[in-house]
Ligand binder design. Sequence first.
Ligand code: WTA
Length: 650
Amino acid sequence: MSEPTVSETRLFQPTADFASQSHLGSLEAYRALHKRSIDDPEGFWSEVASELTWMKPWDKVLDESDAPFYKWFTGGKTNITVNCIDRHVEAGNGDRVAIYWEGEPGDSRVLTYADMQKEVSRFANALKAMGIGKGDSVAVYLPMVPELAIATLACARIGAVHSVIFAGFSAESIKDRVLDASSKAVITSDGTYRRGKELLTKNIVDEGIADCECIKNVLVVQRHPEKEPFAHGWVEGRDHWYHDLAKNASDECAPEEMDAEDMLFLLYTSGSTGKPKGIMHTTGGYMVGTYLTSKLTFDLKPEKDVYWCTADVGWITGHSYIVYGPMQNGVSQVMYEGAPNYPAENRFWEIVEKYKVSIFYTAPTAIRAFMKWGDDHVTKHDLSSLRLLGTVGEPINPEAWMWYHRMIGAEKCPIVDTWWQTETGGHMLTPLPGAIATKPGSATVPFPGIDAAVLDEDGNEVERGILAIRKPWPSMLRGIYGDPERYKSTYWCKWDGKYYFPGDGAIKDEDGYFWITGRVDDVVNVSGHRIGTAELESVFVEHPAVAESAVIGVPHEIKGQGLVAFVIIRTGAEGDEDVMRKELTSMVDSKIGKFARPEKIIFSGDLPKTRSGKIMRRLLRDIAEDRPLGNISTLADPSVVEILKDKIKG
Ligand code: WTA
C-alpha cells in the first residue's frame, strides 16, 4: 500500500455559463477528443495543422525513424509569421489590436495586426540590411517593449534563428549564450525602466560581447527619448540605431519559406549539470502545438477576448504564450514593461481594468506576492471583465489557488494550472476550461495528444513517482544545440527510450488527476525561474577562498523555492564572513543574474559527506528545513550536522 497522497478534496465544476460557450464544453467532449488523439495521433495532429496556412503540405505527420530525434510534418513548408500575422490581415482583421503595450512609466502604444505586418517586415528588412539571413543565429536582449515581439517575429520572417536572453541575465550569461549559439548579431535597447529606475541594457550587452568575435552587428532599439552616452561607447560599423535603419527599410518583406523542421529558435535553460543548454525548437510542430494549446487552454475568442500573459518573452512562457500562440489565434493582448508593484501594488489590477482584460495568465509566485500585499489593492478595481485565469511555472499551493479563485476570479472564472517546460514547447497537463473540473493545486489532466503517466524508476505505473510522457508530440524540443548525446541522456535514457523524462515528480490520484510535486533533479525553481544548483556551485568555487560548495532549494513563502548555499572556505583563507558573503553575492549577480541570489550563504568547515566523499544533499535539505534527520551513521563525520544546524538557526 502506498502512503496516503493528496489531502485536497475540493472540486470546482465549470459553470454552465462558461461551459456552454467554450470550445470543449463537457468532460465527455474532452474524453472523446483525448482518446481520439491517442488512438490516432497522426490523424489528430494533421487535422489541427490543417487549420493553419502552409506553403506546401507535409508528406508525413510523424517520422520516428531516428527516435528520439523525432520529426513532425516532414516535407511541409511554412512560415510561422504568416500564421501569426498575414493570415489575420488577409481575413480582414488587420484593424484588430494585436498589442496594447503599457510602459512602466505610464506611456502606452497600440499596434494592430496590420501594424504588426508592417513593423515586423520593416524590422526584418533592417536585419537583412545587416546581412542576416536564413539559418543565422541572432541574440535578442530586450526589455518588454513591443520590439521584443517584433524582433523575434522579424527573425522568424527571414528564417533567422532567435536566441532570446532574458534581460535580467548578466553580461557573462550573455557571453556564454552568444558563444554557444555563434550568434552573428545582438538586438538590444539603450535601456528600460524597472521600478522607476533606468536599466541600461546596451551597456550589459557591450560587456557581454566584448570577446565574442562572432558578433558583427548590434541593433539598438531606442527606449529612452533622451540619448545618453553609453558606458562602452558606440562602435562605428557594428552598432546601429534601429530607427536609423528603419528609415530606409521597406515595410514589406516576403516570408521566407521554411521547412517544418528548420530551426525556429534556441532558448537556454538550466539543467542539473553543467552550463545552461540551448533547447532547440523547430518551425512546424512548435507552430501547431502553440496554436492549439493557446486556443483550447485559454478558450480564446479572438473577436472579443483581451488576453494578458504577465511573463517575460525572455522565458518560454513568453515565447509560446505571448508571441507565437496568441498571435496565431489572432487575439488582442496586453504587454507590460515593468514591475507588478510600480508605482504601487495595484498596477496589474489597474491594467486589467484599463484594458478590460478577459484572460489573465501569471505565476504562483506573483499570486503569493499579491496575497501578501493585501486585498485592498485588488478590491478598488473593477475586474469584472475577467472570465478565465491561468497559472504557470511552479506548483501552486491550494491557499494561493483559493485566493486567486476568490479575489481575482470572483469565484466564477475557471483557473487553468498549466504544467509544461521550455522543452515541451507548450502545455502538457492542464484543465480545459468548460470541460474539466478543477482541484486547487492540481494541473489536472493531459492535453489532447499528450499521453502522460506516473512511473517508478523501473517504469512501473505508480500513484506517487516520476512524471513521464509516453509519446512524442509536435512542439517537443528537437535537441540540445550542439549536444545530441546530452539530449538523449537527459530526456530519454531513464526508461530506455520509451518515455520522455521531464525531471518532475508527480502523483496521479484516483480520478486520474496529476499533482506535480516539484523537481526530482538538482534544479531549483525560484519564482518560476529554473536554476541549476551546479551552476551556482561553480560560481562559488571560482572564488579563490572557496574550497567547495553545495547549493540546495528550500521552500520559500513567496518564491516557491529559495536557494541556500553551503560554502567551505579553504584553510588559511578564512576572513570576515559578511565581506565574503557580499563578494559571493556579487559574483552571482555578475555571472548569472540577481534573480539567482541565494537567500542564505552558510560558511562551514565541512559538509555532511558519505565515507566515499559524496555530499549528502538530502541531509542538507533536512537540516535547512529543520526536519528530523534519522540515521546519520553513514556520515564520515556526524558532528558536522550539529554545527550546521546551529549555523542555520543563527
Ligand atoms: C515547473 C516553464 C508545477 C516544473 C513553463 C517544470 C510547474 C519547470 C508548472 C519548467 C505547474 C512549470 N505546476 N510545476 N503548473 N509549470 N512547472 O522550463 O518543475 O521554465 O519542469 O518552463 O517548471 O520550467 P520552464
